[in-house]
Structures are given as C-alpha cells and as structure tokens.
Design a protein around this ligand. Structure first.
Ligand SMILES: NC(=O)c1ccc[n+]([C@@H]2O[C@H](COP(=O)([O-])OP(=O)(O)OC[C@H]3O[C@@H](n4cnc5c(N)ncnc54)[C@H](OP(=O)(O)O)[C@@H]3O)[C@@H](O)[C@H]2O)c1
Length: 274
C-alpha cells in the first residue's frame, strides 16, 4: 500500500454506514484519498445501503465479513454496544488489514483480543463536525500498530478536519472534550438563543447571533493564539455589561458544571470500555 500525497492504493471497508461511517466515506472521497470504487460499506439496513451508494458511489453490502475480505483497511464505525460482536465477525477475513476503530471507550487491547494475533489496531475519536470537514480526531495506536500506520490514519482523518496523535491513556478525556463537545457547544448556542428570545429577539436572529459568536470566538482564539482569559478580558470593560454577565455565569456554576459534565463523560467512557 502506498500513500502518495493522501492517495491510498487499496481498499477501505467501512463497517457501519451510520452518520460517522458516511461522514468518513464522504470526506475521504472528497479529499481524493480514496476513489468511491475503492470503498466498500457494510450496513445491515437495505434502504441505507441504497442511499449511501446513490450519494457517494460506494459499494455496499449487508455482511461485515464480506466487506472486510480483501480490504487493506477495515474501519469499524458501529456503536460500542455491538463492537465486540462485529470485531469477532470480521476476524477471520482480515488477512493483514489495518483495523481502525472509532467506537467511543473501546480500547485497542479489547479489539486486539477479538482479532488474530499481530493485527494492527488504531483507535480514533472523531466528532460530528467531521460531517462538514471541521472535525477534531484524536488518534492512538495499539500495541501492534507501527508509527507509519498511525501516521497513515492521521493523514486519512485530516480529510475530515484537525487531528492529533495522543497516547491511548488520554482517549477517555479526549472523548469527553472533543467527542462529546459538539453537544455542549450546541447547548450553549441554544441557551443563548433562548435568552435572546426572552429579551425580544426572534429565534432566528438570536440563534444567528449566538452561532456566529461561537464560530468567531473560536477563530479569534485559534488565529491570534490568545489565552481564553485574554479574550474574556478584551470584552469585559471595567464596570461594563460583560463583567456583570460573567459574574452571573460564575454564580450559576458554569465552570463547575463543565467540570462535572466532563467527569461524567469520562466515567461513562470507562464504563463502556469495560
Ligand atoms: N456520533 C458521534 O458524535 C461520534 C463521535 C465519535 C465517535 N463516534 C463513534 O462512532 C461510532 C458510530 O457512531 P454513529 O453515530 O455513526 O452511529 P450510527 O449512526 O448508529 O451508525 C452505526 C451504523 O452501524 C450499523 N451496524 C450495526 N451493526 C452492524 C453490523 N454488524 N455490521 C455492519 N453495520 C452495522 C448500524 O445499523 P443499525 O442502525 O441497523 O443498527 C448503523 O447504521 C460509535 O462507535 C461511536 O462511539 C460517534
């Protein structure tokens, strides 16, 4: 298999044609990493197979083992609840394929235990902004994965946004921040929009204001390299409106609510993984 600047010669099997499976297929085709005919998707629901073939030109089959057979990379994009069963079902058809899993909380070691000895496994935690190529993917190699294989997976997921390679012990924390994070940010947007409605703005206007403020602030922090505290100080003038609002947020327990939310997500990721 060669990686000529993100053009993979080989076949990718995606097991699970759900939201993430589709986002990954779409991103890899759009980036030119894979031609549609080099991707095969295993998906149990017939209408979904028809939809995926029509939208992306990929081949779809019902049976995971059939998709895995002959593939160079097998991407497991099913729910954590069925991952053991799915890993076991493809084990005999893997050959020397690289196995990539995006299942939240499932360790490389757990997957390796279902697969033939020596199978290389790379674990990735992407997030839903990958659907619009603005994702954040956290990548960790298992005990059999080479640095080149980890790097290949990093290159693949860079078609869906930003990537970072981290030791697997950080995956649960990463899951709680960037994996679940789009839900927290959407909650912030929704809360701000509702508050705007309370003060006379239309829902649409309030939501647009909130949304562009989140996107703009992210871009500001990212492009200037400012610490978030500097951004807060830059808005909060002495005796002004922002400091009054920040005081109310602190009194409402915003920081401790986020700390508790992340702790709950980490705990749940650990539960799913055991
Ligand atoms: N959504 C997120 O924000 C996010 C972020 C990071 C990682 N992840 C991880 O990504 C994985 C997929 O999540 P998702 O949101 O894409 O879930 P999803 O939309 O439910 O997709 C999973 C798909 O796999 C199919 N499937 C189930 N058993 C199968 C089998 N034996 N062979 C082939 N396909 C099978 C499901 O079909 P049925 O509907 O018929 O069961 C479904 O279409 C999960 O492990 C999740 O932890 C998700």
């Amino acid at each position: 298999m060669t990686v000529g600047h993100l053009r993979i010669e080989g076949t990718l099997a995606i097991i699970g044609g759900g939201r993430m499976g589709e986002a990954i297929a779409g991103g890899l085709i759009a980036s030119g990493a894979f031609a549609p005919e080099s991707i095969i998707v295993a998906e149990p629901v017939a209408e979904r197979r028809t939809e995926l073939s029509a939208a992306h030109g990929v081949r779809c089959v019902a049976d995971a083992a059939r998709a895995a057979y002959d593939a160079d990379i097998v991407l497991l994009a099913v729910k954590p609840q069925v991952i053991d069963e799915v890993a076991t079902s493809v084990a005999n058809d893997l050959g020397d394929a690289l196995v990539v899993s995006i299942a939240a909380g499932i360790s490389c070691g757990r997957l390796e235990s279902h697969l033939p000895a020596g199978t290389a496994v790379v674990r990735v935690m992407p997030n839903t902004p990958a659907l619009v190529r603005e994702g954040m993917s956290v990548i960790s190699g298992g005990s059999e994965a080479t640095p080149e294989q980890v790097d290949l997976v990093r290159e693949l997921f860079s078609a869906l946004g930003k990537t970072i390679v981290l030791d697997e012990r950080h995956q649960d924390a990463a899951t709680a921040i960037s994996g679940s994070g789009p839900a927290y940010v959407a909650l912030v947007v929704d809360s701000l929009a509702r508050a705007g409605v309370r003060h006379g703005l239309s829902r649409q206007v309030a939501e647009n204001l909130a949304l562009q403020t989140v996107a703009g602030t992210a871009a500001l922090i990212d492009r200037t390299g400012q610490h978030p505290e500097q951004v807060i100080d830059g808005v909060a003038s002495p005796g002004g409106t922002t400091i009054a609002a920040i005081e109310a947020l602190e009194a409402g327990g915003l920081r401790s609510a986020f700390a508790a939310a992340v702790a709950a997500a980490v705990a749940r990721a650990k539960e799913l993984g055991t």
